[in-house]
Design a binder for this molecule. Structure first.
Ligand SMILES: [Zn+2]
Length: 176
């Protein structure tokens, strides 16, 4: 057991060092149910924890969030080293109804896969309205450029409108 645990921590440490050399995305997540904000979280609030993880598992671990809407500035991740569970899977497990995404992952190798995992689980996935997507993109310019150096030629999803909502502004003001 010790060996497995030490290997895990070693790999975590290696990963965290590597991560510091790369631009970090600014990620925020807000969970809303029945018109009420249940939790807000952002990356860096808890070191090495993704925003969705902090919101779902640290702040709302005992709440029923089935049917909730989750706003997240970056497409939920689909790859985490075990035993970590990826954010997209956590959203599925907690049975949220809708996920609104500020920007798809700029890495062409995984871009759209979080969206796909959620959609296939029956979760409604939408993108932020165009103006807010532009703000998210601008906030994450450095991160986006680092992820799109090799261009895949894939086209961006067509714009989908959602009702503008104070939640977006909350979210964005927390991130700036
Ligand atoms: Zn994640």
């Amino acid at each position: 057991m010790m060996t497995g645990a030490s290997r895990f921590w070693l790999s975590e440490r290696r990963k965290s060092v590597a991560e510091d050399d790369r631009p970090h995305p600014k990620v925020g997540a807000v969970v809303v149910k029945d018109g009420k904000v249940l939790a807000k979280a952002h990356r860096g609030e808890n070191p090495k924890s993704h925003a969705e993880y902090v919101a779902l598992e640290e702040k709302l671990s005992t709440e029923t969030i089935a049917g909730a809407t989750v706003y997240t500035t970056l497409e939920p991740c689909i790859n985490r080293n075990p035993p970590k569970i990826c954010c997209a899977q956590r959203l599925v497990d907690r049975k949220v109804a809708r996920v609104l995404i500020g920007m798809l992952d700029p890495n062409p190798d995984i871009r759209g896969l979080g969206d796909q995992l959620l959609s296939e689980a029956g979760i409604e996935v939408q993108l932020f309205p165009r103006d807010l997507r532009a703000q998210v993109k601008e906030m994450n310019r450095e991160f986006s450029l680092s992820g799109t150096r090799k261009r895949s030629g894939k086209r961006e999803r067509p714009q989908q409108r959602v009702d503008s909502d104070a939640t977006f502004q909350h979210l964005l003001s927390e991130l700036c």
